[in-house]
Design a protein around this ligand. Structure first.
Ligand code: FES
Ligand code: FES
Length: 79
């Protein structure tokens, strides 16, 4: 697997809405982090869907190295 670009070494806090789908940028190249803007087309990455089951604040991975993509699992602290 190729290495993703590190967009930032911290999560992005986003207020999500129950019933909505969000497409998390896996490649790290999107200009509208933490979400996909189509920039992955030149890479081997594809976005990861997050289907919100509740209206709440979610912490999306900004470093793109989380083992629990698309959410932050603390891996950014060791990068
Ligand atoms: Fe990064 Fe689409 S822009 S996955
Ligand atoms: Fe990627 Fe926390 S921002 S694991």
């Amino acid at each position: 697997m190729p290495t993703p670009n590190i967009a930032q070494k911290a999560p992005f806090a986003v207020d999500v809405e129950a019933g909505k789908s969000y497409w998390w940028c896996a490649c790290g190249l999107s200009a509208r982090q933490p979400f996909c803007d189509g920039s992955h087309k030149t890479t081997a990455f594809t976005p990861v869907e997050y289907a919100a089951s509740a209206t709440q604040t979610v912490y999306f991975c900004g470093c793109k190295h989380s083992a629990k993509k698309p959410l932050c699992d603390g891996t950014h602290k060791s990068l």
